[in-house]
Ligand binder design. Structure first.
Ligand code: PLP
Length: 387
């Protein structure tokens, strides 16, 4: 099984493995932080990239209708959504698209809405572009996060919000927004004329129920931007390709112009080849991977319940990122991180990177071979047994 292979990622210029010193981490920690997987991508994708490479010329490359058809088939089959070719804008990443949307849809000092705790670049793209971050914080109810819709609407009104960056499914808390929740979000945004940029990069990893694609809300399509990518799903993040869909023509033109203004105009050739190959041929690989990831999540859940009752897993409905609650231990994040790095010898993402609501939490990436996960959990147990 490809997932059990312990592939050595050192000396590949891997952000996750090769930059411990730069990031002030001990040399001997197991990286379980940034969201890429320790699994090889599908053989079919590797073969298609090799074939393309064998051609020997890697000149300027452009996406075409065939590319669109492959991408849109994926969304039709998996999310029952009909995309149109003219809606597509390619960017070198979803975070790039989020930043572009902020620039296009708001002005300096405008307020942009997010739901903390959320993937930290959401905050960064707002602040770095000199806009203001307004969070309608998620509410923890019975170890499960929910949106406070009253607060969401109040924040929109009070701060004259015109743009909402929605993380769907939500990283790091693992929520998959239900249809009824999205109904309420869209209804509120509609009433206050708020644009929704929906980051759906994790939508192929859904465990509990169906993921609802934001473009299902056809009647509100002119206020929606859908951000997608094959990079999380097929472990292709280094190829930097994402597919952004914008039905509103004027908004799309403005967005495309803003992308061009950065100097980016053409797709990375290997990104294009890998994206098409993965969406065409990656189904079986992905089915197997999802089973494996679910078992990894179950393993962590059972292990904590049996061995480390005071560390709680916020059970994810989607994503391979686990939000672990250490609050019962009464340690601050620095203390927890110290124990993780120096005793448990594992490197997780510190919860406070995700805002104040991450105090007492850590994010663990479980997309790695089971033997390594078993090792990590045993180390965690030994490190925290006396706390
Ligand atoms: C919610 C979310 N959006 C975007 C990204 C990164 O996307 P990209 O590498 O395409 O910028 C990540 C990566 O972890 C993510 O979790």
């Amino acid at each position: 099984m490809f997932k059990d292979d312990d592939v050595n990622r050192y000396n590949t210029k891997s952000l996750k493995y090769d930059f411990k010193k730069d990031k002030n981490k001990p040399d001997d920690v197991l990286p379980m932080w940034v969201a890429d997987m320790d699994f090889r991508c599908p053989d079919e994708v590797i073969d298609d990239m090799k074939k393309r490479l064998d051609h020997g010329i890697l000149g300027y490359t452009k996406n075409d209708l065939e590319y669109f058809n492959v991408v849109s088939d994926w969304f039709k089959k998996n999310f029952k959504i009909d995309l149109k070719p003219e809606w597509l804008v390619i960017t070198p990443g979803v975070v790039f698209a989020l930043a572009t949307a902020v620039k296009v849809l708001t002005k300096v000092d405008d307020c942009v809405l997010i739901n903390n705790p959320v993937y930290y670049p959401f905050t960064e793209v707002i602040r770095d572009n000199k806009r203001k971050v307004i969070s309608s914080d998620l509410v923890l109810v019975d170890n499960h996060y929910e949106i406070d819709f009253e607060d969401l609407e109040k924040k929109i009104v009070d701060y004259n919000v015109k743009l909402y960056l929605l993380c769907s499914p939500h990283n790091p808390v693992g929520r998959v927004w239900k249809r009824c929740e999205l109904d309420r979000i869209v209804d509120i945004c509609k009433r206050h004329d708020v644009y929704i940029v929906s980051d759906e990069i994790h939508s192929d990893f859904v465990w509990e129920y169906e993921h609802t694609n934001i473009l299902k809300y056809e009647e509100y399509a002119d206020h929606l931007i859908l951000c997608t990518a094959p990079t999380k799903t097929f472990n292709l993040a280094g190829l930097q390709i994402s597919n952004i869909f914008i039905p509103n023509e004027e908004l799309r033109k403005n967005f495309q112009n803003e992308v061009w203004n950065t100097g980016y105009s053409l797709v990375n050739v290997m990104g294009l080849v890998a994206c098409m190959s993965a969406y065409e041929k990656g189904y079986t690989w992905l089915d197997e991977l999802k089973l494996y990831l679910r078992e990894n999540i179950e393993f962590v859940d059972n292990f904590l319940k049996s061995n480390l009752k005071r560390i709680k897993l916020v059970k994810p409905e989607g994503t391979y990122l686990l939000w672990l609650d250490f609050r019962e231990l009464n340690l601050n994040n620095e203390e927890i991180d110290n124990i993780l790095l120096n005793k448990a010898k594992i490197w997780l993402d510190n919860g406070d990177m995700f805002g104040d609501l991450g105090k007492g939490y850590m994010r663990m990436n479980i997309a790695l071979p089971r033997v390594k996960l078993e090792y990590a959990m045993k180390m965690l147990k030994d490190a925290f047994k006396d706390y």
